[in-house]
Design a protein around this ligand. Sequence first.
Ligand code: PMP
Ligand code: GLU
Length: 394
Amino acid sequence: MLKIANRVSSLKSSSIMEISAKAAQLKVQGHEVISLAAGEPDFNTPEAIQAAATVAMKEGITKYSPAPGFQVLREAVAKMVTHENGFPVEPEEVLITSGAKHGLYLALQCLVDPGEAVLIPTPAWVSYRPMIELAGASVIPLPLYEEDGYRPNVDRWKGMAIPPNAKGMIINSPNNPTGVVYSREELVKLTGWALQRNLWIISDEIYEKILYDNLTHTSVAALGPEAKKSTITISGFSKSYAMTGWRLGWSIAEKSFVSKMAALQSQSNSHVTSFVQWAALTACNLDPTIGAAMVSEFDNRRKYCMERLDKLSNYLTYTRPTGAFYIFINLSKWLVPHKMSDLDFCKELLDREYVGVVPGSSFGKENSIRISYATSIDNLKKAFDRIEAYLKRG
Ligand code: PMP
Ligand code: GLU
């Protein structure tokens, strides 16, 4: 038997991916499964982007590309971010990555030394912790509270002893799993708190274009030169352009840091698939009404879910989301008297009702669940009918 390296001995697959895979398996077995687990747009990638990939393949963009990405694409991303996010970006400050996820992985490998610690406002997305632990470091959760609407409130952390090995912090707005969008003032405070402690910041802005209620996005790096110097901005095409399967993202940081991430990319996956990068040029210049139509449809679904949840207030509470496509639901009112964990609840819901949702404990918050509403209203209706029946049955 092969001996597994200590580094990965306790590593598990993404719980979200696992639940999604189980839901898909049940579907293959003939069950009518509705998965509100993985957060990915149900729309197909816009046609102009699909066509651009086909043309690129026909034209022979099928060979290796430079490890940091095609220069034209780095230029296009730099131009787009400079224009849309309000901070100046040069092409050499951009790295094209295999999704935002691999950007995060490369950034953490290049930032974190064994024995260090990274602070994460929690609940937080499932993959941050394993990536940090793979780099030999540990996570210090900074608790966010439902009564604060899961908004960052640095005063809450006043009494916390932050050890000297804490070197960085991950900020994620719009947030997964809560759907909360931090205001500029909150980001100023949060970033100031981190900079005072000499922390680097990873700002995961993958949901930056999925906003409701006329909100606008604030990039951490746009908060001033000090913030920009200490920040690695992570984003990508997956969510805003319905391109999750293409594996296409970008990271932005100072040039010397980007070169190191590019070196690691060149020694591991080489680069993002060439014709995929080429199609991204079309995505960067896509008619904005296409993205806006998707967001407007997500908004209809968000409102539908909130209507349904409002009717279940005897059993749960939830935080009103204003970005991304998730709702974080506190099920303590139901789970505690039933002496059931959120994990068992999710298992039963899938096994008995064929509805896939993710346990809050996967995000570091027990007695909760996360639903993704990136699916049709028809599916959402069926899913809520089943969830409601399950909760009422007791
Ligand atoms: N960050 C967060 C908060 C996410 O939810 C996800 C999941 N898509 C990612 C990063 C990774 O995105 P990508 O699909 O571009 O790798
Ligand atoms: N990020 C998505 C989610 O949170 C997809 C799952 C994953 O990347 O692990 O649902």
